[in-house]
Ligand binder design. Structure first.
Ligand code: ADP
Ligand code: MG
Length: 463
């Protein structure tokens, strides 16, 4: 996509264009200056305004007018009402790099909660796309090239190729970003497309609520009357039979009428435990691609892009240091950058190589110190769906041995335990521990699936 505008920018610009003709010029300039669309969720569109005066005026005087124009521009029934919220001008516009990028995220994330009282979770329509997750800000490297190419193809012809499109990979590698970028590109091209984005967890919760309130018809309508359905983190379907059944029918209804379905998962669909075969087999009908961990050059490019977003710049050696310090997870990489920038601002110092090295050094152990052995154990137990007793027990089946060795690996590498200490903790000989840790380390060097797996477990551990 060759544009810096987000879908919301375009929508708001068009809306203002129409309102401008209806409203006197002084009024228009006074009340609509520095306004923007913050997001839309459950059919409530949130407009950001610069101060409380503008908020009061717009809400009391211009609400019906604004709503009428927006209703005309948005796909059928995607909008029920509008709300206003004070937001610093420019903070959510991707086209104007914001000084503080933490803010816009907070704005888009708190928006739904702030307006939740006006909506009903099972109501129709609604999507909340982050204005930051566009193709423009998406750096392409060898780790995501294929997924990106497929994403572009889908954006240009939704529903015609690669249906469904499944993106899988470890935590913080850009699945949600890419998925939303596709959606925004589709909307930019055709704002009338009915796009619905939902984390899988929300799909599941809304479904349960719909059953409880006897409104399953409304639920069905919501998820089946769309042109593009995006469900994020479908591994969440694991073990949820009723939700799987409902998702199966949603999937079929959409697929049969050539509506685009885009899904993300933290692992290959076939590897999701307790997922019905009829679903996992359908998930591979279209295109399944993975996103791996980015290489050093790509991590550096991502850091440069994030600096650009924040309107700042870092020396090449500092970028290199950061890129080397966070290897497998882009969200952590970004977190590291944020921490460095924030610390330097707070202490009023320049982010030189030496200072950044110190900040990173302070950061690492604290994270590790917070985790204890039983947390590692319960994380592994949760991830692999086996009990702690099975992990620690003597059985040599592959499904137990592998998680057991991951446990050894994490205790050695994340908690810095010595081999004898791990041996004592797990009641095993220290040579067994060495063998286990080395086996994982060797395999990690060339097995991207295992890299993803370990990243996911680590992320679970620290979050
Ligand atoms: P996932 O859904 O895979 O857990 P996200 O899509 O939430 O990961 O990405 C985590 C963070 O990393 C986001 O802030 C996102 O913008 C950033 N990110 C991921 N991949 C890229 C990329 N290729 N280019 C730029 N930023 C990226
Ligand atoms: Mg995600």
């Amino acid at each position: 996509m060759e544009t810096n505008e987000t879908y919301f920018d375009t929508l708001w610009r068009t809306t203002l264009g129409e309102l401008e003709v209806e409203i006197s010029k002084p009024n228009f300039i006074t009340w609509f200056r520095d306004t923007s669309i913050l997001g839309i969720e459950d059919r409530v569109l949130l407009i950001g305004v610069p101060n409380s005066f503008a908020l009061e005026w717009l809400a009391n005087k211009y609400r019906p007018q604004i709503l009428r124009v927006l209703k005309k521009l948005l796909p059928d029934d995607n909008l029920q009402t509008i709300e206003f919220k004070i937001a610093a001008p420019g903070t959510v516009r991707a086209s104007q790099p914001a000084a503080d990028v933490v803010l816009p995220k907070a704005v888009t994330e708190t928006a739904p909660a702030a307006i939740a009282h006006t909506t009903d979770a099972t109501g129709a329509g609604g999507f909340a796309l982050s204005p930051h997750y566009t193709f423009d800000s998406f750096i392409v490297g060898t780790h995501n090239r294929l997924a990106y190419a497929a994403g572009l193809a889908i954006a240009s012809e939704p529903g015609r190729r690669h249906n469904p499109f499944v993106i899988y990979g470890g935590v913080g590698l850009g699945k949600t970003h890419l998925m939303q970028a596709i959606a925004q590109a589709i909307l930019l091209k055709n704002p009338r497309t009915r796009v619905l984005y939902a984390p899988c967890e929300r799909f599941a919760n809304e479904f349960i609520q719909a059953i409880q309130t006897k409104r399953t018809e409304t639920f069905k309508e919501k998820y089946r009357n769309v042109d593009v359905l995006l469900i994020d983190d479908i591994q969440f379907l694991s073990g949820k039979e009723g939700t799987q059944e409902e998702f199966f029918h949603t999937f079929n209804a959409l697929h049969q009428s050539n509506r685009q379905i885009i899904l993300t998962s933290d692992r290959m669909p076939q590897a999701i435990p307790e997922l019905e075969d009829r679903l996992s087999s359908r998930f591979v009908w279209g295109m399944v691609t993975d996103i791996k961990s980015p290489d050093l050059e790509t991590r550096a490019a991502i850091l440069k892009q994030k600096c650009l977003d924040r309107g700042t710049e870092l020396e090449a050696d500092v970028i290199d240091l950061l890129a080397r310090s966070f290897q497998s997870n882009i969200r952590e990489l970004e977190g590291g950058l944020n921490q460095v920038l924030a610390t330097c601002e707070l202490e009023n110092t320049q982010p030189t190589h030496a200072i950044v090295a110190q900040i990173l050094k302070d950061r690492r152990p604290s994270r590790k110190a917070q985790v204890a052995i039983n947390q590692v154990l319960s994380t592994i137990s949760k991830h692999y769906h086996i009990s702690s007793e099975e992990i620690l027990g003597p059985r040599r089946n592959k499904e137990f041995v592998h998680p057991r060795q991951i446990l050894m690996y994490l205790l050695r590498n994340e908690l810095d335990y010595s081999y004898p200490k791990i041996g004592r903790e797990l009641g095993k000989d220290h040579t067994t521990i060495m063998h286990g840790v080395e086996k994982i380390e060797k395999e990690l060097a060339h097995n991207p699936v295992l890299q993803t797996e370990v990243t996911t477990v680590k992320e679970l551990l620290y979050n």
